[in-house]
Design a protein around this ligand. Structure first.
Ligand code: ADP
Ligand code: ASP
Ligand code: MG
Length: 486
């Protein structure tokens, strides 16, 4: 069997869903399990509804709900035959009425818990999966809806729940293989799940990719296909560089690094379940289904270019901790990481000198709570609005002059580097810059390392591996290790 996940733009309206039905039709022999996101923009609308209700603007929330409802009804009318449409509309009504009641409740108490947020956000995938099932049936596909909230089991960490893989595997194995044996096409909502006690949870924004990987791993799928609105994983974010090029093959570790450092095309947790079972993941374009997209797998041919791709993660915060007395003091880094651990705050990058440490964290974590505790260890400075630009490629550590060329390009572009990390992983060089400088930095780096096809490849051709180059030594790169002491 294979898992096919269709993102928001791939199910955004009747036309898009029709294309999806055709794509699935062409894969029937491989036993597809379908995972769908909410229609494009619906989860954002649900977020707005929830926060408007919590702010006491119930009329704004209800008006937004009416728009979302109208989109679903419109698509149902265009896609689903009259008789089954009645049943679909009855289910739509039931779910939208429950959402209406929920929003009124939120407005009445003026408070929005994480648990309630999950209930509100789940409506997008609940409705889209019902819609796609009914549409498939009207096209003659033997589709059957499977409620992800009953089979994908997670802990109760609302808004970013962690899957409980054993229980999930058990439940998926109890339900899906029997359907596939009857040549049915199971259709499930991505992103949504449930606790063992039946409470609705979600896997975090963009989490439908993760759902697909969890389901694929549980059922030992032969492939996981992520269908989206671009031709695969690209050499950088196409919203920053219009000439980003498709990557044909990329390793799990390179792709995971890119996803973690901002390549939105994949949710960062997606590849873990696939790696564990060595299941290839394909990123494909639902508007150009014949294109071969990107294949992500464990072993890939070496890249002809220095780097495989560039990603950028905006919205980072740098925390600088300066503590002259840490000189020669053992256990200092432990105390610092203990603070972060207590606040469950992961560190994206870290660099140390003899008297100071710089950490890059995501400000969605409790920076305000962390800072006073760090102040007990030394002077603290917080720099918000930073970005991590990450260049990924195989064997960077063994390639002479690679860091120097990155720095030269950024210097030429007039981009100031706040922090550098290379060495923790063989496949990544990261720099921290001001958030505003991201487009300029990425465009210059991309133009240098991925010259348009047909242009000279000199700058981009791999140099032979060897000992660390002089440039790196002079610049004094810091081997970053999240959580580790050097
Ligand atoms: P979906 O709704 O299908 O899950 P997303 O919007 O989550 O789609 O992800 C696809 C988008 O990711 C693309 O439209 C593109 O703008 C963005 N993106 C960012 N970096 C990359 C990259 N390196 N390769 C491909 N797409 C990228
Ligand atoms: N609909 C959810 C979101 O927008 C999940 C997803 O699309 O992957 O975050
Ligand atoms: Mg996505």
């Amino acid at each position: 069997m294979i898992v096919m996940k269709f993102g928001g733009t791939s199910v955004e309206d009747a036309k898009a869903i029709q294309r999806v039905a055709q794509i699935v039709q062409g894969r029937l022999k491989r036993g597809p399990v379908i995972v769908v996101s909410a229609m494009a923009g619906v989860t954002d609308a649900l977020v707005r509804m929830a926060s408007a209700a919590a702010d006491g603007e119930l009329d704004v929330a209800i008006a937004e709900l009416a728009k979302v409802r109208a989109r679903h009804l419109q698509a149902a009318e265009e896609l689903v035959k009259v008789e089954p449409r009645k049943q679909l509309l009855a289910k739509f009504d039931e779910n939208f009425a429950a959402l209406d009641t929920l929003l009124r409740g939120v407005a009445a108490i003026g408070e929005l818990s994480a648990r309630t947020t999950d209930l509100v956000l789940s409506v997008g995938e609940v409705q889209s999966s019902l819609l796609v099932t009914a549409a498939f049936q009207s096209f003659g596909l033997a589709a059957e809806h499977v409620d992800s909230r009953e089979v994908v089991v997670t802990d109760a960490t609302h808004k970013s729940a962690q899957p409980l893989l054993e229980l999930t595997t058990e439940r998926l194995k109890d339900s899906l293989p029997a359907l596939l044996a009857k040549s049915r096409v199971p259709v499930m909502g991505g992103f949504i799940a449930g606790t063992a006690d039946g409470e609705t949870t979600t896997l975090g924004r963009g989490g439908s990719d993760y759902s697909a990987a969890i389901i694929g791993a549980a059922l030992s799928a032969e492939a996981i296909e992520i269908w989206t609105d671009v031709e695969g994983m690209l050499t950088t974010d196409p919203r920053i560089c219009a000439d980003a090029q498709r990557i044909r093959t990329i390793s799990f570790d390179e792709a995971a690094e890119l996803a973690y450092f901002g390549a939105k095309v994949l949710h960062p947790a997606t590849l873990l379940p696939a790696v564990e079972r060595d299941i290839p993941v394909y990123v494909l374009n639902s508007r150009k289904p014949r294109s071969t997209g990107t294949c992500i797998r464990s072993k890939v041919p070496p890249s002809k270019t220095t780097f495989r791709a560039i990603a950028a993660k905006k919205g980072s915060t740098v925390i600088n901790l300066r503590a002259p007395r840490m000189l020669f003091a053992s256990g200092f880094l432990k105390s610092m990481f203990d603070v972060l651990e207590r606040h469950r705050c992961p560190v994206d990058l870290v660099s140390t000198s003899e008297v100071s440490v710089s950490l890059v964290v995501d400000p969605s974590h409790d920076v305000a709570g962390i800072v006073p505790e760090l102040k007990q260890l030394g002077e603290v400075e917080v720099e918000p609005h930073k970005a991590i630009v990450c260049l990924v490629g195989k064997d960077i550590r063994g390639t002479v002059g690679i860091a120097a060329s990155v720095f030269a390009v950024l210097a030429q572009a007039g981009v100031n580097i706040h922090m550098i990390s290379q060495g923790a992983s063989e496949i990544n060089i990261s720099v921290v810059i001001d958030e505003d400088a991201v487009p300029k930095a990425v465009q210059h780096l991309h133009a240098h390392f991925f010259p348009a096809q047909g242009e000279s490849e000199d700058v981009n051709r791999r140099k032979p591996s060897g000992a660390s180059g002089r440039a790196e030594k002079v610049i004094g790169l810091v081997a970053a290790s999240a959580g580790g002491e050097e």
